[in-house]
Write a protein that binds this ligand. Structure first.
Ligand code: ADP
Ligand code: MG
Length: 366
């Protein structure tokens, strides 16, 4: 058989390991290979000239018809997933629709290649489930660990005061207990933020004055740490903005930047209007992050920090987890770019919906 002959190609298509079907511009079947016969339990003889949509469950005909028609009228390819009821489970197929073009360049029909992806889907769902369970296990383990430490501390303090009659000692212990409870509350608040449990008390403030005030405060804190704060703040002309969630976000991101610059550096804060959003960028010249850190930084309890702050329950890897929850509650976006030794930039997009764009700030392009 000549390698360029029609018979050669027909044989190749007929014996393809995956379903291969062609239809004319009326969506009637022209070619139907062996794999199609096996998949749909109908022979090429039965199907030739029949509408292709016949083989599909009712609820999927419209989607497939649309992709086929689009392939025929515009020459666009499409990649769609279809589900067929099987004997004991649903079969998932990926269907690739491509136009068929004649010698004059006219589209005269479409081809459909299909592959069974049931097993692949099942496996990837299983992997996703295993990963979710593992992450959940880590979180649960960490919660247990931190609360055990706190409760252990509380018991010890109580034991120590039970044997004492000194009011001074009692007061000292009570202060310690209040601190322990504060630690526990900090953890539960951050976990609640991560879980996006709605905050109910809202403080409404315009974005520009809020940011200005925050930066003033930050500058005071940064100065003794030899961190210079550089700002580039456009007026984003926001209406009063919900800030209960935004303050801890700014606080947490800035604290991370400060932590990343133990021997000083520059912290740059930019804000500009970008369409319907305020775009805030917080950049530090600190130690940056490894790829592994970059992948896991939103994970609750993921931290690379150790020492006193961790002991006091402040830096235990809940900062960015909470930030993530708060930002998505606000309908915003967060993206973090970093390289080891090259500093870090945190980009925030905060929707200013309902805020009119005032004149020249409109462009957003810079
Ligand atoms: P924590 O600050 O308690 O460690 P976070 O959730 O705030 O937890 O941050 C998680 C980790 O992400 C940090 O331990 C650190 O490794 C990394 N990280 C976050 N921000 C920065 C930054 N600006 N520069 C370098 N590393 C950072
Ligand atoms: Mg932090």
């Amino acid at each position: 058989m000549e390698a360029t002959s029609d018979r050669y190609f027909e044989s190749a298509c007929r014996n393809l390991a995956f379903v291969f079907i062609t239809v004319d511009d009326q969506l009637n079947v022209q070619f139907w290979n062996e794999a199609a016969s096996r998949q749909f339990d109908r022979t090429a003889e039965q199907m030739r000239g029949r509408p292709i949509l016949e083989i599909l469950p009712d609820d999927q005909r419209a989607t497939v018809q649309e992709s086929l028609s689009r392939a025929i009228t515009t020459g666009e390819t499409a990649d769609i997933e279809i589900k067929l009821p099987g004997v004991d489970h649903t079969v998932a197929l990926v269907m690739i629709v491509s136009p068929i073009v004649d010698e004059q360049g006219r589209t005269i029909g479409a081809s459909l290649g299909m592959r069974d992806i049931t097993e692949r889907k099942r496996l990837s769902q299983e992997v996703a489930r295993t990963r979710r369970m593992a992450a959940l296990g880590r979180v649960a383990g960490n919660v247990a660990h931190h609360f055990n430490n706190i409760f252990g501390g509380i018991s010890m303090k109580i034991d120590s005061v039970l044997g004492s009659n000194s009011p001074l000692e009692m007061r000292r212990v009570l202060r310690g207990l209040a601190e322990s409870i504060g630690q526990a509350t900090r953890i539960t608040n951050q976990l609640a933020a991560f879980a996006e449990s709605e905050n109910t008390t809202y403080a409404m403030v315009e974005l520009n004055p809020l940011l200005t005030k925050f930066i003033e405060e930050l500058r005071r804190r940064a100065k003794p740490l030899r961190i210079e704060i550089v700002t580039n703040i456009d007026d984003v002309a926001s209406q009063p903005f919900e800030t209960t969630r935004l303050m801890p976000v700014l606080e947490s991101i800035s604290q991370n930047a400060i932590d990343a610059m133990p021997s000083g550096g520059t912290l740059t804060i930019d804000m500009k209007r970008q369409g319907d959003d305020a775009a805030i960028a917080i950049r530090d010249t600190g130690v940056g992050m490894s790829k592994e850190t970059l992948e896991r930084l939103f994970e609750p309890f993921f931290t690379t920090k150790s020492g006193e702050d961790v002991g006091s329950g402040k830096k235990i890897g809940l900062g960015l987890a909470a930030v993530h929850g708060l930002i998505s509650e606000m309908g915003g976006k967060i993206e973090i770019q970093s390289k080891e030794g090259m500093g870090t930039t945190v980009h925030l997009l905060l929707p200013l919906k309902g805020t009119p764009v005032s004149g020249s700030d409109m462009s957003g392009a810079k």
